[in-house]
Design a protein around this ligand. Structure first.
Ligand code: FMN
Length: 164
């Protein structure tokens, strides 16, 4: 199993709580983007990019100011998983949309994206994370009664892919 790092941004602690749970299961290091530079990503084979969305689908600001620097990191050969956090009942037209910035920035970077999920089982009307029947990564809503199930299923898929 290669080295795994979770790079997250969280305003009210919801994303942080999910990030801690993923870290525990994956044996991953946790990095809060509030006090981390993107350079730290270079030291990992497996990278989880994680953030909540605010203001019509913008990345939480601690990541929002740094996402533009992702091109300075060499992603060739790295596994990258995206995790968005949002609220589909209150923000159904921009659910987890900010996390799609990670994909937009890295789609031609040489990164191997893992951990896309079925768009079924969600109730939003629009998300920039959606591509046809799939979501670009795991989308979490703490009010979703199936949130734990979604995390468990995702971990089952992603954990074996984080091997090198
Ligand atoms: C002002 C405001 C705007 C929000 N905008 C969105 C949004 O556009 N899309 C979304 O999915 N969630 C949105 N949310 C919900 C948060 O992303 C959600 O509460 C999340 O759990 C917060 O995680 P955090 O505590 O890690 O920052 C918004 C919340 C607030 C307070």
């Amino acid at each position: 199993m290669g080295k795994t790092g979770i790079f997250y941004a969280s305003k009210g602690g919801v994303t942080e709580t999910f990030a801690k749970q993923l870290a525990e299961h994956l044996g991953a290091d946790l990095h809060n983007m509030k006090d981390t530079n993107v350079d730290a990503i270079a030291g990992y084979d497996n990278v989880i990019l994680m953030a909540s969305s605010y203001f019509f689908g913008a990345l939480m600001e601690d990541w929002g100011s740094k996402v533009k620097l992702l091109h300075t990191v060499d992603f060739n050969g790295k596994n990258v998983a995206i995790v968005g956090v949002g609220n589909q009942e209150r923000h159904p037209d921009s659910f987890c949309s900010g996390a799609a910035d990670f994909y937009d920035k890295l789609r031609f970077s040489g990164a191997r994206f893992v951990g896309d999920v079925c768009a079924c089982g969600y109730t939003f009307t629009f998300s920039r994370m959606q591509r046809g029947g799939r979501m670009l990564g795991l989308c979490l809503d703490k009010a979703d009664p199936k949130v734990q199930e979604k995390i468990d299923e995702w971990l089952k898929v992603v954990k074996p892919l984080f091997t090198k």
